[in-house]
Design a protein around this ligand. Structure first.
Ligand SMILES: Nc1ncnc2c1ncn2[C@@H]1O[C@H](COP(=O)(O)OP(=O)(O)OP(=O)(O)O)[C@@H](O)[C@H]1O
Length: 637
């Protein structure tokens, strides 16, 4: 942020610039990328409710903060004449520094990622509308926004103003013109948005999006904001999650999900229950149906809010493990103390029991969905599978349960998904391992030469293209007694699995003796570049491929570790296909004493194998010189 002035000066306004990314976001808002502008109000009401809940929590230890005005509420007021809409709360408020930091930069990682996502995606309309972008959404409907805020317990108030065009001003506000506590946001509606100054419109939007925020919402009738005028309550602020399941309607759940999840999609799974017994708590959680943008944010924080007897405590209690961080919602305990300290969050047996109970319940709800509603589950897996799989290696205790939930693309799945149980049920006779291929993307993986021999024998191979796959697959011992084995590592034990009759290679392999002389000649030529050269079982069409030694890591995993940790790549093994016509004649030539042929071909074969592995030949200049010479022989003259 580019502060032109950073001292707190009463009476004079400081003009500050928005952080560059906020300006980009505001530009999008002003040119309204959202087709549904109504959502701005939900964003402001959500902020107001959060501010009230944060103060309610602080007041547990300092009751004086709310002594003057103990009833939290959100007040909406519309003024048709002036074309303004006001959203006021008596929550925690913001001081000078907070106003600048919170309303001048982008605080949430999701919004930042949303912006990046928008720029990368061609089909913007599919993304827009599902995600809220917070306070800045105001600029879709307003050409000027004023915020006056007084932090609870402070004796100064501050005013923030902006037209959303690059800068904002902050100055001290006279106390008589500021709320006694909390924040007032006044939107000066633009020409096209005057409708939002009508009471009917406001009521409709609140009913649709915000009827279940846990703070009461009132509408001041006749444009009176904060005076003695008439008011109508639009929402009672009761805690939806505390109501018995049978009394809650699906629309109410969806509305609450919007508030708590910050998204506008429909939840795929709703988990609503009350735990009774040793610990008593209410749970209302949602599995979204689309991916939030900060799913892969490195801090991997969950978004489950912890309440104690309806008082919001924190969204930092890590109720669910990081691999369930996509779940949104509320857990409200009857037993925890209201003034939970940081230490207690970390070491509290009640909270630990809640964590265990809620995690197990979410897993079993996912299982239930997988069994009963494959279509919805496929959506959930599509969006969150890569995250759930993190649990396979982070939480060994949950591994079996997660293997049940896991779905895979395989050489036989097409666009569908296969479970490990299905794959195991279809193992071929004598197949002793579950084979997998690791890579960056599915379409390259599917065409990998390493799969040829497996395909020819109709052996199913898991295609693992998520970055997380490399990690769990090397720690998982196996499934149902079958180890996981990479198709690019070690000797492919394929000779024990029968080839279907009509798939048997029509041409016999080169004589073993001829192949052996070619192997020796290639080894001599390639020297230190490879750790070994050998005849391959796994190839049926391609002449060569590279594999990793039996011990150590799979080739893809090695590359990943080399990138991330600078680890050394081990020398690969070059496998040659003794049934390939070119290899056969090269072998025959070598065996009959033509040593030069193998020497000439070695560099080209090795280069080819590297290209098939997604790499450049070790010496691209040498490789292209040799290839050019060959092509000249073939095509010149
Ligand atoms: N009415 C308010 N009272 C107090 N603080 C507010 C208010 N509105 C916004 N803020 C502060 O400004 C910050 C930025 O708000 P914004 O709506 O852009 O994102 P956010 O609310 O943090 O996102 P999320 O809705 O995901 O929590 C908030 O985190 C909060 O600290």
């Amino acid at each position: 942020m580019n502060e032109t002035k950073d001292t707190e000066t009463a009476g004079t306004a400081e003009t500050l610039s928005f952080e560059a990314e906020v300006s980009r976001l505001l530009h999008l808002m002003v040119h309204s990328v959202y087709s549904n502008k109504d959502i701005f109000l939900r964003e402001l009401i959500s902020n107001a409710a959060d501010a009230c809940e944060r103060l309610r929590h602080l007041s547990v230890t300092d009751a004086s903060l709310v002594a003057d005005d103990p009833a939290f509420r959100i007040l909406l007021a519309a003024d048709k004449e002036a074309g303004t809409l006001t959203v006021a709360d008596n929550g925690i408020g913001m001081d000078h520094g907070e106003l600048i930091a919170n309303l001048g930069t982008i605080a949430r990682s999701g919004t930042r990622a949303f912006l990046e996502g928008l720029e990368k995606t061609e089909d913007r309309s599919a993304l827009i509308g599902q995600f809220g972008v917070g306070f800045y959404a105001s600029f879709m409907v307003a050409d000027k926004v004023e915020v006056v805020s007084r932090r609870a317990g402070d004796d100064r108030a501050w005013s923030w103003k902006s037209d959303g065009l690059g800068t904002f001003t902050v100055e001290e506000a006279p106390l008589e013109a500021a709320p006694a506590r909390g924040t007032r946001v006044v939107l000066h509606l633009n020409e096209e948005s005057r409708d939002y100054a009508k009471e009917g419109t406001i009521e409709r939007i609140v009913r649709e999006y915000s009827a279940h925020v846990p703070i009461p919402i009132v509408l001041a009738l006749g444009g009176e904001s904060g005076g003695e005028g008439e008011e109508r309550q639009l929402a009672d602020g009761s805690a939806l999650w505390r109501k018995p399941k049978s009394e809650v309607k699906p629309e109410e759940l969806k509305d609450f999900y919007g508030h708590i999840g910050g998204q506008y999609d429909d939840p795929a799974i709703t988990v609503h229950y009350r735990a009774e017994g040793r610990q008593e708590y209410s749970v209302l959680l949602f599995v979204p149906s689309s991916k939030p943008f900060d799913l892969f944010d490195p801090n991997r924080k969950g978004r489950v809010k912890l309440y104690v007897r309806r008082v919001f405590i924190t969204d930092d209690a890590e109720i669910l493990p990081p691999w369930l961080r996509f779940v949104r919602g509320v857990v409200d305990s009857d037993d925890l103390p209201l003034n939970l300290s940081r230490e207690m969050l970390q070491n509290n047996p009640v909270l630990d029991a809640i964590r265990r109970g809620v995690t197990n319940r979410v897993i079993s709800e996912l299982e239930k969905c997988a069994e009963k509603d494959a279509e919805t589950y496929a959506k959930v897996w599509d969006a969150f599978g890569p995250v759930i799989k993190e649990g396979i290696y982070e939480d060994p205790e949950k591994r079996d349960a997660l293997f049940k939930l896991a779905r895979f693309r395989t050489t036989k799945s097409g666009d569908g998904w296969r479970t490990l149980a299905e794959i195991v049920a279809d193992l071929k006779e004598n197949q002793t391992a579950l084979y997998y291929a690791l890579g960056d993307d599915l379409s390259t993986l599917k065409r990998s030469p390493h799969l040829e021999g497996y395909r020819a024998r109709d052996v199913e191979v898991l295609l693992l293209a998520d970055p997380v796959d490399a990690f769990w697959v090397r720690t998982a011992l196996g499934y149902d007694g079958k180890p996981f084995q990479s198709v690019t590592q070690g000797v492919a034990d394929l000779d024990k699995i029968a080839l279907p009759e009509d798939e048997k290679p029509k041409e016999e392999a080169a004589e073993a003796g001829e192949t052996a002389s070619l192997v020796t000649a290639l080894k001599a030529s390639l020297g230190e570049a490879v750790s070994d050269v050998r005849a391959s079982e796994r190839l049926s069409q391609s002449p060569v491929c590279l594999v990793a030694p039996d011990l150590g890591y799979d080739r893809q995993l090695e590359k990943l570790l080399a990138q991330q940790e600078g680890a050394m790549l081990s020398k690969p093994i070059l496998e040659i296909n003794p049934r390939h016509a070119m290899i056969k004649s090269l072998a025959a030539k070598t065996a009959s004493g033509d040593k030069a042929a193998a020497g000439e071909a070695a560099e080209l074969l090795f280069g080819l194998a590297r290209i098939l592995d997604g790499e450049a030949p070790a010496d691209p200049v040498e490789f292209s010189a040799k290839l050019t010479a060959l092509m000249t022989d073939r095509f010149a003259g």
